[in-house]
Design a protein around this ligand. Structure first.
Ligand code: PAF
Length: 292
């Protein structure tokens, strides 16, 4: 595997490659990332990964400085996955001057859920992803469904700017007890690690409650009640939830009674702090199986 930190060197190395498949990451790689590398391999060749901890997407009180940086271990893992090039630029390379041009996603999608609790997060993500796409020029790029809103926003950015990149979604990879793999799981204490799978568990309970509603019972109020009940359940166990929210899968907006009549695909999204660690997760719901 070639490890490249310079943009021109990357372009020289990739010249003539028009089927490259790309996985952008911030490093501290786990099985979730590696599964994205394998998906990338199925959709293009060669596979390019990037590692860059992007300051622009961190808020002033977030963990930019302490974000785990484990380059040597990451390199070993990527080599085993047969990655062709690792692009690992420094901040000086990617942002030689202050990055004053930014990509600002539309408020309806960029300022809700994660965007509400992490102002500027998606602006930072879109800006770096556009820049990384410009450096790597991939045909395909793979993003994980654990960051569902990020995946949707990147997809829309690609569509709106007519970027010649196909975005592929990778399923969330979980530990045996159901906890979604995340670089931030390493912040959890032993006790918190035992409690952490509850986030996925409460999403499954919410899904069950939605699926148990009859057609007559399925309305906006019933969904709000399910959300409120779940919020109090998780708070009672010591979590500090930002949101536990049932949304339309197509645009992540709340569902009105009219939407519900059409039995749309739904998604439950959650973000909650356990101690000092903020975890996110989500779960898709297909309404086909609801009671009639
Ligand atoms: O999901 C991530 O790891 C980051 O948000 C990404 C897409 C690499 C951009 O910095």
């Amino acid at each position: 595997m070639k490890i490249i930190s310079d943009i021109q060197e990357l372009r020289d190395q990739l010249r003539g490659q028009n089927r490259a498949s790309f996985v952008p990451t911030m490093g501290n790689l786990h099985e979730g990332h590696l599964s994205l590398m394998r998906i990338a391999r199925q959709h293009g060749d060669p596979v390019i990964a990037s590692i860059f901890v992007n300051r622009l997407q961190f808020g002033p009180n977030e963990d930019f400085d302490s974000y785990p940086r484990t380059l040597d271990a990451d390199i070993e893992k990527l080599e085993k996955e047969g990655v062709y090039v690792l692009f690992a630029p420094t901040e000086k390379v990617l942002y030689p001057q202050p990055q004053e041009y930014r990509v600002d996603p539309p408020s309806e999608l960029g300022d809700i859920l994660e965007g509400e609790f992490r102002p500027g997060f998606f602006k930072g993500v879109c800006t770096v992803v556009l820049k990384l796409f410009s450096c790597v020029q991939p045909k395909v790029a793979v993003f994980g469904k654990k960051d569902y809103q990020q995946l949707m926003i990147v997809r829309q950015m690609v569509q709106q700017f007519a970027l010649p990149v196909e975005i592929i979604a990778g399923e969330t990879i979980r530990a045996e007890d159901g906890l979604a793999l995340s670089s931030r799981n390493m912040y959890l204490s032993k006790e918190e690690r035992l409690e952490a799978p509850y986030l996925q568990k409460i999403l499954q309970e919410m899904r069950e409650r939605v699926l148990n509603l009859s057609n007559q019972e399925l309305n906006q109020n019933a969904l709000l009640k399910i959300e409120e009940q779940a919020l109090s359940q998780i708070q009672a166990r010591g979590w500090q939830p930002d949101y536990l929210s049932i949304r339309k899968q197509s645009n992540l907006l709340p569902l009105g009674n009219q939407d519900l009549g059409k039995k749309p695909k739904m998604l439950i999204l959650a973000a909650a702090k356990l101690g000092q660690t903020r975890l996110i997760d989500n779960l898709e719901i297909e309404l086909e199986d609801t009671k009639s």
